[in-house]
Design a protein around this ligand. Structure first.
Ligand code: CP
Ligand code: NVA
Length: 320
């Protein structure tokens, strides 16, 4: 790393950063987003290179990291399992040693969390989790920023992260990577997650790694989870890597579709979010995702802005 660079920090799980660091990141996001909207050039990452490793498909993560890095003056290298030696059993530790000698930052989307942990353990540069079977921290970063933008007092301003405290997020669907990350965020930022999953698809507190039992409650009936919620959110019934279970999951999840009735049980000003891609008529009704409470397009766009703030923070530390 460059002399004067901040101490190396990875972003492998949501809990890798503290509440106060999230407050900082959201404030930087606001500034970086405003500059972008005004076509103001902001290129603090000139001469820096991001390696992006995709072992699973992606649209949003690829475009947001790639566009974000170019917009900040840097460049990217895109690798997949199929077109690199990762797919031919080169050890992950060796890949990390080599890639991190040539690039300044690495983003990985892969299967087991232990793959990214192993990569980070042998990396000379910061590593970002772009989704694993267990977590999707960059998505929750964007979701929280989007919530603050819409419901924070005066949008995103100083202390805006405080507006999350005491809020209720309803999670309807699979106890998956998104659900586990929501639980981590709740513990750090002081809100509660109402979780409703079909039997057999529950969240695993050990995977979530949360110790505060008060930050989440389990509901058998998704309607009950949505009651009084400030935000209702869901995700696909079958995540990447679990396609063999598709038919079984379709049957198990039939009652876990966020529809207008569930939204009506939430607070009148409740927002709807979905990390996308979405399947209308499965986990969410078209009238909800395309309806007035849905902020899914802002949520997707904010991946770009929050990740630019994250890359800036990991590479340059605090600005100003
Ligand atoms: N939400 C999300 O991560 O989307 P992609 O799979 O398209 O990257
Ligand atoms: N839970 C989904 C999220 C996709 C962005 C998956 O892992 O496939």
């Amino acid at each position: 790393m460059k002399p004067g660079a901040p101490p190396m920090k990875h972003y492998l799980q949501f809990k890798d950063l503290r509440a106060e660091e999230y407050a900082y990141l959201f404030e930087r996001t606001r500034i970086i987003k405003r500059r972008f909207k005004n076509y103001e050039r902001y290129q603090p990452l000139a001469d820096r290179t991001l390696a992006m490793i995709f072992e699973k498909a992606s649209t949003r993560t690829r475009v947001s990291f790639e566009a974000g890095m170019y917009q900040m003056g840097g460049s990217v290298v895109h690798l997949t399992t199929g077109d690199s030696q990762l797919g031919r059993a080169e050890p992950i530790a060796d890949s990390a040693r080599v890639i991190s000698r040539m690039c300044d930052l690495v983003m990985i989307r892969t299967f087991e969390q232990e793959r990214i942990t192993a990569f980070a353990a042998h990396s000379r540069v910061p590593v970002i989790n772009g989704l694993t079977n267990e977590y999707h921290p960059c998505q929750i970063l964007a979701d929280l920023y989007t919530y603050i933008e819409h419901r924070g007092p005066g949008g995103v301003g100083a202390g805006a992260v405080e507006c999350l405290r005491g809020k209720v997020v309803a999670w309807v669907g699979d106890g998956n990577n998104m659900a586990h990350t929501w639980l981590q965020a709740a513990e750090i930022l002081g809100f509660t997650v109402h979780v409703s999953t079909p039997g057999g698809y529950e969240v695993d507190p050990a995977v979530a790694g949360v110790s505060d039992r008060s930050c989440w409650r389990v509901f058998r009936d998704p309607m009950d989870a949505c009651r009084g919620a400030d935000l209702v959110t869901t995700d696909v019934w079958t995540s990447m890597g679990y396609e063999a279970e598709n038919e079984e999951r379709r049957r198990a999840f039939a009652d876990w579709c966020v529809d207008a009735e569930m939204m009506a049980a939430a607070r009148p000003d409740a927002l709807f979010m979905h990390c996308l891609p979405a399947h209308r008529g499965e986990e969410v009704a078209a009238e909800v995702i395309d309806g007035p409470q849905s902020v899914v397009w802002d949520e997707a766009e904010n991946r770009l802005h929050v990740q630019k703030a994250l890359m800036e923070y990991l590479l340059l530390g605090r600005i100003g």
